[in-house]
Ligand binder design. Structure first.
Ligand code: DLZ
Length: 316
């Protein structure tokens, strides 16, 4: 199961390291959890969505797109030393204001060895988008881009982000079938931490079995100390007497707690025919439903916050 991509860039100079990380923070990147040991240090910057794109230039590619576009697309001919592998494309929601922020930051942070042209003008591309490139430190190019029509004709919708920083979660997990629920728990924790949730903002509650999940979930939701509850459990049809009765009550109880408290409850209670099927859904073949439940919880907290925000903020 593929879970994420981390691009790393090694910066040898301490001054460039500080300058670059300050620049990225100023442009709106959310800082992740940094680290430092005797060998090196790292400062991650998180984006809600990422992908790894393998690019092959057309054999006879011709270009006439203007200087900014060429700076970003110079890998088409491979004529520069940077090459495709050094390129970082950052999709943004408001290209003009990001460029404005970059310009202000560069003006406020002069450096003796700063590249002579640290910022290009915004230029159109041939793939229905606009972009500019920034060189905050020598040899490091960032390309910021935006779709010309980000909604692609679709109606505007409120959608949640996948950044969990500053959100508080409770995970209620059943001990019954612990070989599976422990994997779901690991998946959920993984999803929360990768999305920026702090360890101190996560409360884990273990209950005897799925039957007890709604009661604990409700208590937590009513406590006012969490923004979302993630429920994890496994019901095996083949081994559970009154399977339908238990399942119906568990799902009804979790749903009722969500509706009556107004706190999002992610449903990570698996209902499977047998153990093998449950294992598949707990990280073996069919993803990890705990991880998915955690992301759903984050998204719902974000959606709740956006819906509650003043209308002007919804447009952002
Ligand atoms: C009793 C029972 C059975 C038969 N099967 C399951 C199961 O597949 N998954 C699960 O989480 N819990 C099961 N339980 C336990 C009940 O959920 C509950 O914990 C006990 O009946 C005690 O109230």
């Amino acid at each position: 199961m593929i879970k994420g991509i981390t691009l790393t860039r090694s910066i040898r100079s301490e001054a460039h390291f500080e300058r670059l990380t300050s620049f990225l923070a100023a442009l709106g990147f959310e800082p992740g959890k940094g680290w430092e040991d005797s060998v090196s240090k790292g400062r991650p910057f998180l984006a809600p969505i990422g992908n790894l794109e393998i690019v092959r230039p057309a054999p006879n590619a011709t270009r006439d797109f203007g200087a900014a576009y060429e700076a970003a697309e110079d890998y088409l001919t491979g004529q520069t030393t940077r090459g495709a592998h050094d390129h970082i494309y950052i999709e943004v929601a408001s290209l003009d204001s990001v460029r404005q922020a970059a310009e202000s930051w560069l003006a406020a942070n002069p450096a003796a060895d700063a590249p002579s042209k640290p910022l290009t003008e915004i230029a159109d591309t041939h793939w229905k988008s606009r972009l500019f490139t920034a060189n905050p430190v020598p040899g490091f190019t960032l390309t910021f881009w935006e779709w010309a029509d980000p909604l692609k004709g679709k109606p505007v919708a409120i959608e949640g982000d996948l950044s969990a920083a500053g959100m508080r979660f409770a995970i209620v997990t059943a001990r019954w079938n612990a070989v599976i629920t422990d994997r779901l728990l690991q998946g959920a924790l993984d999803g929360l931490h990768r999305s920026g949730a702090a360890k101190s903002d996560i409360t884990i509650v273990r209950v005897p079995g799925a039957w007890e999940i709604p009661s604990a979930a409700r208590k937590l939701a009513e406590s006012g100390s969490v923004d979302a509850v993630i429920t994890l459990g496994v019901l095996l049809r083949g081994e559970t007497a009154h399977y339908e009765a238990i399942y119906n009550e568990v799902s009804r109880g979790i749903g009722q707690s969500q509706q009556e408290t107004g706190i999002p409850h992610a449903f990570g209670v698996l209902t499977c025919e047998n153990l093998e099927q449950a294992l598949d859904r707990a990280g073996v073949k069919a993803g990890n439903k705990g991880f998915e439940a955690a992301l759903a919880a984050i998204e719902m907290v974000s959606i709740h916050r956006k819906i509650a925000a003043p209308k002007a903020e919804l447009a952002q």
